[in-house]
Ligand binder design. Structure first.
Ligand code: C2E
Ligand code: MG
Ligand code: MG
Length: 629
């Protein structure tokens, strides 16, 4: 039947071109049009090929029809990757390829003879119109044996328009597309690590909850949950363990709460909980206090990640609508302020927002701007706290402690302004100022003293992270013509563990300059003996909290003696900070601690006072003789 074949072939190619044009104009989706056009082109090409190679009278063919015809035909239909159904004039399936069978969850033979309309989900768009004619293209939903229905895009090809028989329906599943759209929607709203609402989503839902509460005249509470010292986990165990710990924390919070409460992750280790439908004030407060305490206890249970035992606590701040804020921003800010207070109280506790907490925040801002001016107005001062040799009471050096004497506020403690300076770049200027001050004081002492001892200067992590820090330090010593070995740099234990590799490199270079390095507040972090060995550290300073408790608390005493022994085995000096009583001094001496600092030996001194003290010592006087008899 060469005529019919020619017509079909021509139609196929024209249809393919037509489809391409439709795709270009956007009438049919390009992803669907392309494979359909490909099928049609192949079909047309094949049929033309068949015509060209039609059996001759002698029976010769270019390609034996019995091999090529069903093979290629089937191949095209199978390989196209789309579901293809051919229908008879009653709209029943004549043939289904593997992809169609898979799409419909039935085998190809089982599909044969089924009416296409019966396979369409109720209410979904039809593929054949009321008269049984194919609709050129569209979307519908097909029933799928044994599972959920599948959304599909379809396109019908009828070789002879106006006749419903021999229609091919090409189907492409949209399930994946829907899934990825859903996934994208999910990712935009939920935190991928902890699977709780992200900040945007949380704020959005909080806003809706506030609107509901306002309409219904009800109250709601926002709990701001922040993990205490979470950075230490990352520093000590690495970010993978840190991430896993956050997942566990999030799961604990979610599991503890009612289904109706919303949990969100606002930032790194900060979570928020929204509790709606609270009763009247006093009851609500008691209830929230109980909830917060129980949640904190739940969080504080130890857990294991990669065979590491981890123990974390959190701080919670509570703010309520409408009393503590009537909009999203105020509620979050005030719950955060309450959390910050709970954290300052030592962590593992909760607190309710109070109006003066924001006054605190405003005060912080004021202080920060005044700090900028303090440098120009020469309001800083360095005091020296003597470091005493506990074997004989001799002064072996000092620690430089920065003071800010504010014209109106009086003395502002460094614990209050150093963190503010660290928030910006001011800490660089302040740090440099302190080192210059120490160098020039030291040179002054050297004119009268044979050996003023070694002076320790406190460093911030941020300073150590400055790219040209070593060069700057070197230049300062050169400028003053002071030997770097007169100075010791103190870095805190957490600084040491922050990005160990980088720190190690930096410390090695400082050590090569001749500087002595010590670890401040030792015992409060997580550093291990093996980690310590890598760093060129000469001194461990036992944190004053352990020293001060050593008298009464046997656990603190054990920590103190362990650090002393640790220092000895690593060949390091050990300095006990904050020695206040004779009892503490006795414990330290008994366990062989070499040096101590603290109010027991006197307050921090001005440069002149320190020089005079050393002059007396040089003359043979013993300032603390009574203590070391
Ligand atoms: P730190 O380096 O651990 O300094 C020891 C702190 O303990 C000092 O507080 C000191 O005055 C105080 N202290 C000394 N002996 C006793 C004692 O017997 N009992 C009690 N209760 N406290 C004692 P300060 O001067 O307020 O400094 C606090 C922190 O501020 C320092 O802790 C240090 O981390 C930081 N800091 C001080 N000066 C500087 C500085 O120049 N640069 C940087 N980056 N930080 C500094
Ligand atoms: Mg210190
Ligand atoms: Mg300290």
């Amino acid at each position: 039947m060469p005529d019919r074949t020619t017509a079909v072939a021509l139609f196929s190619i024209i249809a393919a071109i037509g489809l391409g044009l439709l795709a270009l104009t956007g009438a049919v989706s390009a992803t669907l049009a392309a494979p359909v056009a490909a099928v049609l082109c192949l079909l047309g090409g094949y049929l033309f090929g068949r015509m060209a190679g039609a059996p001759t009278q002698s029976g010769e063919t270019h390609m034996p029809a019995n091999q090529a015809a069903p093979g290629l035909d089937a191949l095209v239909v199978e390989e196209i990757g789309e579901g293809v159904l051919t229908l008879d004039d009653q709209g029943r399936i004549r043939r289904a390829n593997d992809a169609a069978a898979q799409l419909l969850g039935q085998s190809a033979p089982a599909l044969k003879g089924l009416a296409l309309t019966d396979l369409i989900e109720e209410g979904a768009d039809p593929v054949l119109d009321g008269a049984g004619y194919p609709i050129s293209s569209g979307r519908t939903v097909l029933k799928r044996a044994g599972s959920d229905p599948v959304p599909v895009a379809f396109s019908c090809v009828a070789p002879e328009p106006g006749r419903p028989e021999a229609t091919a329906v090409i189907l492409r599943s949209l399930a994946n597309e829907d899934r990825s759209k859903k996934r994208i929607r999910y990712l935009a709203r939920y935190d991928s690590l902890t699977r709780v609402a992200n900040r945007m989503e949380f704020q959005h839902r909080l806003q809706q909850a506030i609107a509901r509460a306002r309409r219904n005249g009800t109250r709601l509470a926002l709990l701001y949950v922040d993990i205490d010292r979470f950075k230490d986990v990352n520093d000590r165990f690495g970010h993978l363990v840190g991430d896993r710990s956050l997942e566990i924390m999030a799961r604990r919070i979610v599991d503890f709460l009612e289904d109706s409460d919303l949990v969100g992750r606002l930032a790194g280790d900060e979570f928020a909980v929204l509790i709606e439908g609270l009763p009247a004030d006093s009851q609500a407060r008691a209830g929230l206090a109980g909830t917060s305490r129980m949640l904190l206890d739940r969080i504080a249970n130890e857990f294991h990640v990669e065979r590491q035992e981890i123990f974390l606590t959190a701080s919670i701040g509570v703010a309520c609508f409408p009393d503590d804020g009537d909009n999203v921003i105020d509620l979050i800010r005030n719950a955060d302020a309450a959390m910050y207070h709970a954290k300052k109280a030592g962590g593992n506790t909760y607190g309710f927002y109070a109006a003066d907490m924001n006054a605190d925040a405003v005060d912080r801002l004021m202080l920060k701007s005044e700090l900028r001016r303090a440098m120009e107005r020469d309001e800083f001062l360095v005091l020296y706290q003597p470091k005493v040799d506990l074997r004989d009471g001799r002064i072996a050096g000092a620690e430089a402690l920065l003071r800010w004497s504010h014209p109106k506020r009086g003395d502002v403690p460094p614990g209050k302004f150093i963190p503010l300076a660290e928030e910006g770049s001011l800490i660089f200027e302040i740090g440099e100022w302190v080192l210059n001050r120490v160098c020039s004081d030291y040179l002054g002492w050297q004119t009268r003293l044979a050996w003023p001892g070694r002076v320790a200067v406190n460093l911030s992590l941020k300073q150590l992270r400055q790219r040209d820090f070593v060069q700057r330090i070197e230049a300062t010593f050169e400028k003053h013509r002071l030997t770097p070995s007169c100075v010791e740099l103190e870095i805190t234990e957490s600084t040491l563990m922050d990005d160990g590799e980088k720190t190690l490199h930096m410390l090695d270079r400082l050590y090569e300059l001749g500087l002595h390095l010590s670890i401040d507040d030792f015992g409060t972090g997580y550093s291990s003996l093996s980690a310590l060995q890598h760093f060129p550290i000469g001194t461990l300073k036992i944190d004053q909290s352990f020293v001060q408790d050593a008298g009464e608390n046997s656990e603190s005493r054990t920590i103190v003696t362990t650090i002393i022994n640790m220092g000895r085995s690593l060949n390091m000096d050990v300095v006990a900070e904050g020695v206040e009583t004779r009892e503490q001094l006795e414990i330290l001496r008994r366990h062989g601690c070499t040096y101590g600092q603290g109010h027991l030996f006197g307050a921090a001194l001005t440069a002149t006072e320190y020089r005079d003290l050393l002059l007396r010592q040089q003359r043979g006087e013993r300032p603390d003789e009574g203590l070391f008899a």
